[in-house]
Design a protein around this ligand. Structure first.
Ligand code: ADP
Length: 461
């Protein structure tokens, strides 16, 4: 008899607490819709910030000319240029480069960071060949994707609220990040200008919409998570003066902060308490790539300590937070060998334990429970957004083809997660309506999307 069996009661209770039957999904979708509405009513009215993007003209396909994009959202920044050829030619040519940000700049001054970025941009711009043509009398315009919390004040300005994701740069919070970049470009003698400041979800929506007019929502599921969607101006009570011709804009929900009605466990609560932002980003901590592996590690550690799942002693590295990562869960779930050899070797390599077949099966059950909950709740969140849009104008979503553009490493690389997400959407919408709701991967659309938004908001238009 395997001692692993003593972990079964912990597994059973985990499965019970993480269950997402239809009523739970429905409650989450309804709460998402209600929280969106509250966040649109007044600033601070909800967990969801419902940030105005100031993007009032979506790409149409008619955009023409040379545009640049700059993407700062993590430990890398990416630069891209694209030659847009209008309706028929579309993307004539595109080139990009990625530069990793030296660790010390993440803890340096604002000037140092922006100088580094603008010198990267300058050296990329220098390599522009004759394939790319700037219209006479124009400066090179940039769409700047900046994936940190920003209080946007116009399409081309926004104040940094705070750095996140391990950045602790001094002197940027409270400042306009576009001005910071412009000043750095000036110091560099680089004659380019930012025409659009965009969040990465907004860039993804714009990039997907360029190819498909039915794109209404974009969702990022990567290290973290966020979503945005197309909203009617007259459905945004907190917006008083600002009106756009098209009568529509993109709202950045910042849905990672959602917390209503989620099925959470002691493991989620302990992870949250130990996190750098306790009490915040609860939805993100339940569904996104940074956390799924860590939740599983905490469950397995409890099983190991309580019931000798992996033998008598628990290796020290098992207690290291975040040592088990979401890609490990994915690799384990892909193991379809009889003896679950890959599961065994990941457990031994990553957390330093030996496991018998029974223990490996339990580990897979734990992974599946956490990943299933994450995928299904993400699906419920998407349905919540669609529901909110449909409630406001009947037929806008459920009477026609609607596309949800997805991006991010978790969605892209984790097939099982993707299946659970789709299942939940289908269950919630029913088989008929879900046929016209298309959830599709829009790979790296956000870079081109930012360039398109620079074009759509060009200072020369
Ligand atoms: P970011 O969100 O950091 O900008 P990505 O969109 O590339 O970057 O997402 C990276 C995240 O995707 C990782 O933190 C990880 O959680 C998840 N991920 C990457 N590869 C895999 C994989 N093979 N299986 C599951 N998750 C993955």
């Amino acid at each position: 008899r395997s001692s692993a069996l003593s972990a079964v009661p912990i597994l059973t209770s985990l499965q019970k607490n993480c269950a997402t039957p239809l009523p739970v999904l429905r409650h989450v979708a309804d709460a998402m819709a209600a929280d969106m509405r509250a966040g649109l009513a007044v600033d601070g009215g909800s967990d969801l910030k419902m940030i105005l993007s100031y993007v009032n003209s979506l790409p149409t396909g008619n955009e023409k000319g040379l545009f640049y994009a700059l993407d700062l959202g993590g430990t890398n920044f990416r630069v891209l240029r694209v030659q847009l050829g209008g309706k028929d030619q579309r993307v004539v040519d595109t080139e990009f480069e990625q530069v990793s940000i030296p660790q010390k700049l993440m803890f340096g001054t604002s000037e140092e960071l922006f100088d580094f970025i603008s010198s990267g941009l300058a050296s990329f711009a220098k390599k522009e060949s004759g394939k790319f043509q700037l219209a006479h009398g124009r400066k090179r315009e940039i769409g700047f994707t900046f994936s940190f919390p920003v209080k946007q004040t116009s399409i081309d300005s926004g104040i940094l609220i705070k750095w996140t994701k391990g950045f602790a740069v001094s002197g940027t919070a409270g400042k306009d990040v576009v001005a910071c970049l412009n000043e750095a470009m000036e110091r560099q003698g680089l004659d380019m200008q930012v025409s659009a400041l965009v969040n990465d979800t907004v860039g993804t929506l714009a990039g997907a919409r360029y190819w498909d007019d039915d794109v209404m929502v974009a969702v990022i599921l990567g290290t973290g998570t966020n979503a945005c969607y197309v909203e009617r101006m007259d459905a945004i009570p907190k917006l008083r003066s600002h009106m756009s011709a098209s009568g529509r804009t993109i709202i950045n929900t910042e849905w990672g902060a959602f917390s209503n009605g989620l099925p959470l466990t002691e493991f989620d609560r302990d992870m949250d308490v130990a996190s750098i932002n306790p009490g915040e980003q609860i939805f993100e901590k339940t569904i996104s790539g940074m956390y799924l592996g860590e939740i599983v590690r905490r469950v397995l550690l409890k099983m190991a300590e309580a019931g000798a799942l992996f033998g008598e002693s628990v290796p020290e590295k098992f207690s290291t937070p975040f040592i088990l990562r979401t890609p490990h869960l994915c690799a384990m779930q892909l193991d379809n060998s009889d003896d679950l050899e890959a599961v065994g070797s990941i457990l031994s390599d990553v957390v330093g334990v030996r496991s018998d077949l029974c223990a490996r099966k339990i580990v897979l059950e734990v992974c599946d429970t956490i990943v299933k909950r994450g995928g299904r709740l993400a699906g419920a969140g998407i349905v919540g957004i669609l529901q909110k849009m449909e409630q406001d104008s009947k037929g806008i979503i459920f009477g026609k083809r609607t596309v949800v553009a997805m991006d991010g490493g978790l969605y892209e690389n984790y097939p099982q997660y993707r299946r659970y997400l789709q299942d939940a959407v289908t269950e919630l919408l029913g088989s008929e309506i879900s046929k016209s709701v298309i959830i599709e991967h829009s790979k790296d659309g956000s870079g081109i999307g930012a360039a398109l938004l620079a074009a759509a908001n060009s200072n020369y238009a």
